[in-house]
Design a protein around this ligand. Structure first.
Ligand code: UD1
Ligand code: UDP
Length: 368
């Protein structure tokens, strides 16, 4: 590597970012043409929401840690913006790469663009068309100010061009979250997490962390009641996101879950164990973005407890069904899905484990 190599910052901050960024870091490193730095904003900071993933993915330690922690949107976004801007003054890169749709994504791309540093967005163009979701605002704004937009599905290009973004900036490359899945697939087979938890099949894997589901007491109570009814059909493994645990405690709902022997309640689980549980699950109930995609890849039925999805390809070419947020329909929907035969031959185009390599090639050409 020479001193004249272009400098690239890759920005991560929250759990799904590490999984999406690691393959891109690896693919760029392989080219041996760039001076790479990994920037961690510290939006997530618990061991099992951050450093555990660095360890499991074999990711290098961040070169710079902004240690922003939690906070309301304004405070957290502002803190990231202020701290990353300082980094950019001290060590100006030629390109900043951001991932997904979290507060770290918009804050760092905004810091960069104001200093006229080109920005690239991995997972651009996804739209739920629901502006009450903080992620939707982050997506729209990040895409507007990015110079290179890497998309996971053709429909994202339509969303972007409708917002006036030039086709020349858009590159359909596939899905880097699926790159990680493909890379670590052999590890999932070796996990003994199911035995450790002592859970027998059939089981559902549950994850919930969207503010609309977990921050509102009435909604969260309805969700918990529906999940309790669902345990009449199968066991339920529920690794609880820190936001959700906090709200379950605050609303006095955690004890009911913990005392039900059909619930297997855990802290957030590491990547390998979580993916093993997902791969073997009979059904996934979630409001996560990434898990809608992973379950599609695994051909595991997924019920998304939301009113919309920014990932419609997981419905049209996958195993996802968006069932809304009335909650009381959950047991019936689970019953229905379990009795259906799933088409296992569908997988979205270019979700093949090679998206990051396509990205690195495009970035290399872009610099030349
Ligand atoms: C964030 C993202 C969301 C993403 C999710 C992935 C935004 C606006 N939201 O949501 O898009 O789907 O990450 O998991 O960027 N907390 C801890 N320990 C941690 C992290 C969080 O205890 O390591 C608790 C804190 O009480 C915090 C709350 O969780 O206030 C929410 O964290 P935050 O990062 O603001 O949002 P998430 O719900 O994690
Ligand atoms: N995940 C994990 N352990 C868990 C829950 C999720 O490893 O206990 C992984 C999951 O497989 C997926 C990613 O974290 O790859 C998704 O993160 P999350 O649902 O927090 O974020 P979203 O995708 O909704 O932004």
């Amino acid at each position: 590597m020479s001193d004249n190599n272009p400098k690239i910052h890759l920005v991560v901050g929250a759990r799904p970012n590490y999984i999406k960024a690691n393959p891109v870091y690896q693919a760029l490193e392989e080219l041996n043409q760039f001076d790479l730095k990994l920037i961690n904003t510290g939006q997530h900071y618990d061991h099992n929401m951050s450093s555990l993933f660095f360890d499991e993915l074999g990711m290098k330690s961040p070169d710079i840690d902004l240690e922003v922690g939690s906070g309301r949107h304004g405070k957290q976004t502002a803190k990231i913006l202020e701290r990353y801007e300082k980094v950019l003054y001290d060590d100006t890169p030629d390109l900043v790469i951001v991932f997904g749709d979290v507060n770290s994504t918009i804050a760092c791309s905004l810091a960069a663009v104001k200093l006229h540093i080109p920005t690239s967005h991995v997972e651009a163009g996804l739209r739920s068309f629901d502006r009450t979701m903080p992620e939707e605002i982050n997506r729209i704004l990040t895409d507007q100010i990015s110079d290179l937009l890497f998309i996971t599905c053709p429909n994202a290009a339509d969303n972007l061009t409708k917002e006036g973004i030039s086709e020349a900036k858009i590159h359909f490359v596939g899905n880097t979250m699926i790159d990680s899945l493909v890379q670590f697939l052999p590890h999932f087979e070796r996990s003994s997490i199911q035995d450790k938890l002592g859970v027998t099949k059939p089981y559902a894997l549950l994850t919930f962390h969207r503010p609309s589901n977990v921050d509102n007491e009435i909604n969260l109570a309805k969700l918990v009641r529906a999940l309790e009814e669902t345990t009449a059909l199968l066991n339920c493994i529920f690794p609880i996101h820190p936001r959700t645990r906090k709200m379950l405690k605050e609303y006095g709902l955690l004890d009911a879950l913990e005392s039900n022997p059909r619930f297997f309640i855990t802290e957030p689980i590491g990547y390998t164990d979580f993916m093993c549980l997902q791969k073997k699950a009979d059904i996934v109930l979630t409001d996560s973005g990434g898990i809608q995609e992973e379950s599609t890849f695994f051909s595991i039925p997924c019920l998304t407890i939301r009113d919309n999805t920014e990932r419609p390809i997981t419905i049209t070419q996958g195993t996802n069904k968006v069932i809304g947020t009335s909650y009381n329909n959950i047991p019936t929907e689970v019953k229905g899905v379990l009795s259906e035969k799933i088409d296992t031959n569908r997988c979205p185009e270019l979700w093949d484990g090679k998206a990051a390599k396509r990205i690195s090639k495009i970035i290399s050409t872009w610099f030349n």
